[in-house]
Design a protein around this ligand. Structure first.
Ligand SMILES: Nc1ncnc2c1ncn2[C@@H]1O[C@H](COP(=O)(O)OP(=O)(O)OP(=O)(O)O)[C@@H](O)[C@H]1O
Ligand SMILES: [Mg+2]
Length: 562
């Protein structure tokens, strides 16, 4: 969830909570306030009204008693009569006040039956008082009986309703009625006190209810406030923890990456803005990792290139040294035949020797010089890779025999015999080769055999190996073998050594050139000593396919197509 939404929801929860707490507090306080209203507008006023009734009633009672006190002497004493009339006036005022207080009370009282009962009590007492004041007035006016006129009807009054009492003298009657009034007043006041006490109880109960409401409101408010604070704390803590936990985790992971630990992955849980940030960090880290890998690879390549360059430099130096060596030796060798040529020519010119003798030597040395120049040229081309081969189908045995025949002409047949061992089945065996160059190899190897063999035989044989599809040409002699000290480097440049006082004029390039040619044909050449002489083994591939690696096949195919 997005942080924005999280905050919005948590603040909404808090706001709703506050609203609920506020609403509940409002309703509680309204309830308390309502209870106060009841106390103020109902319970207390009705007690006051009842108190007023009681007070008014007491005044009425007192005024009636004062009036009655003056009645007996009023008829005879005008002054007393005036007082009696004043008290009568007070009676009327107190009566009106009582009725007014009662009306006020009635309007406040919910219990109408109770109000009616009090009203009946007041009406009864007022009727009794009215009768008393009527009788009192009659007495003041000199009456001796209790007959009164009211609304045009003549009837008799009696608080007790006894017909006997109407016959009583008015003063006595009044006296009795005062007693009756006292009793009725006592009863009424008791009733009124009971009602007031009841109202007080009700008021106390209402007050207790209000206090209870206030107490429960305080408690509820406290609980709601504590609850709301707890909920706000929990929600706030949860939201802040969920945000800060992720932020500090991301900070820790980013610190690791910043410290160079690029393998420390940045976790991307959730789906909020921090996750977006973490995803971007992770992309950056991956970018850094791949850049680092790329850099390491480039560095490695550079190191390899550097090593190659070093190697190439060393090779070049080596080659340069070899070239210097080669030029030095080659020029030395080239000078070799020139000395006898010049010497013999000079001697012939001076008449010291026969010209024919000089010419023979000069011819021989010139041939040698030509051979030497040709060899040096070949070596130079081979080393620089510029020697081209004219590949074609060659009858290998025919080539070998030609070389043997040519060598035959240079040996004394009495001392050395030349033998060719060729299987008739393979007589016309063809291989893909450069005829002249392979011929040159045979001439070199057979020439060495001739050169180093004074007595015995020189044997050449061919053997086809159908398993490896190769032909092996071996040339052995009985000339005493290759000197052991040069055997390990036999095919090197300028490696030459006399064998039993022969070969004084060798340059040591023959076998080097031979090996280069055989290698160019994807073949091998090796030498060893056996049976008192040397044996050379040359192996050449028979099929064109075996030449693939040498890169020469293309030339053959091209030529065949022509
Ligand atoms: N058949 C052999 N018997 C004994 N030693 C040999 C034989 N063939 C070669 N060698 C030794 O190997 C050396 C190198 O031979 P290689 O043909 O390369 O040079 P070379 O014959 O000395 O001179 P070049 O052939 O250049 O005129 C010879 O000088 C010789 O000492
Ligand atoms: Mg040689």
């Amino acid at each position: 969830m997005k942080i924005n939404n999280k905050l919005f929801i948590s603040f909404s929860i808090m706001a709703v909570l506050m609203a609920v707490v506020g609403y509940l507090s409002y309703t509680q306080i309204s309830k308390v306030s309502g209870s106060f209203d009841i106390v103020k507008s109902e319970a207390t006023p009705s007690i006051i009204a009842l108190g007023n009734i009681k007070s008014d009633f007491n005044q009425l009672h007192a005024a009636v008693l004062a009036f009655n006190l003056h009645v007996p002497d009023a008829a005879s004493d005008p002054e007393i009569k005036a007082k009696a009339l004043d008290h009568l006036q007070e009676v009327q005022v107190a009566k009106a006040n009582l009725l007014s207080s009662y009306e006020q009370y009635r309007s406040l009282e919910k219990d109408k039956d109770a109000a009616d009962r009090i009203g009946q009590g007041i009406n009864g007492i007022i009727a009794h008082i009215d009768e008393m004041t009527t009788i009192g007035t009659e007495i003041m006016n000199g009456a001796t009986t209790s007959q009164t006129t009211n609304g045009g009807h003549t009837h008799s009054h009696a608080a007790t309703g006894s017909s006997d009492q109407t016959a009583q003298p008015p003063v006595l009657r009044l006296h009795n009625m005062i007693l009756e009034l006292d009793n009725a007043a006592m009863t009424f006041k008791d009733e009124l006190d009971a009602k007031i006490a009841q109202e007080y109880i009700s008021l106390e109960k209402t007050q207790a209810d209000v206090l209870g409401d206030i107490s429960s409101t305080i408690n509820l408010n406290m609980i709601l406030t504590i609850g709301a604070v707890a909920v706000v704390f929990v929600v706030g803590r949860f939201v802040s923890h969920s945000i800060t936990k992720r932020v500090s985790q991301l900070k820790g992971e980013a610190n690791q990456v910043a410290a160079g630990n690029l393998s420390a992955q940045i976790s991307t849980p959730g789906s909020d803005e921090i996750t977006d940030l973490a995803v971007n960090f992770e992309h950056m880290r991956n970018g850094l990792v791949s850049a680092q890998h790329e850099l390491a690879k480039k560095n490695k390549d550079l190191q390899t290139l550097n090593a190659d360059l070093d190697q190439a430099n060393q090779d070049l130096k080596k080659l340069d040294k070899l070239k210097d060596q080669f030029i030095g030796i080659a020029s030395h060798e080239l000078r070799g035949p020139i000395h006898p040529i010049l010497g013999y020519a000079s001697m012939a010119k001076g008449g010291k020797i026969q010209p024919q003798v000089a010419l023979d030597v000069i011819h021989q040395q010139a041939l040698k010089l030509r051979q030497l120049a040709s060899d040096i040229l070949d070596v130079s081309r081979m080393d620089s890779g510029n020697l081209s081969y004219n590949m074609q189908k060659v009858k290998i045995n025919e080539l070998l025999l030609n070389a043997l025949i040519a060598a035959g002409g240079t040996v004394n047949p009495e001392n050395v015999s030349i033998v060719a061992k060729i299987d008739d089945r393979n007589k016309d065996l063809e291989v893909i080769a450069d005829k002249d160059r392979i011929g040159q190899v045979f001439t070199n190897v057979i020439g060495n055999a001739v050169k180093f063999t004074r007595k015995g035989s020189i044997t050449a044989a061919t053997h086809v190996n159908s398993d490896s599809n190769t032909v092996e040409i071996s040339i052995s002699d009985t000339g005493g073998g290759i000197p052991e000290d040069i055997l390990p480097n036999l095919f090197g440049k300028f490696v030459t050594k006399n064998v039993a006082d022969t070969n004084k004029e060798g340059t040591g390039l023959g076998l080097y050139i031979s090996k280069s040619i055989v290698n160019a044909h994807s073949g091998t050449i090796e030498a060893h000593n056996s049976n008192g002489g040397a044996t050379f083994r040359i192996v050449l591939p028979i099929n064109a396919a075996d030449l693939e690696n040498s890169g020469l096949l293309a030339e053959v195919v091209k030529r065949d197509q022509k």
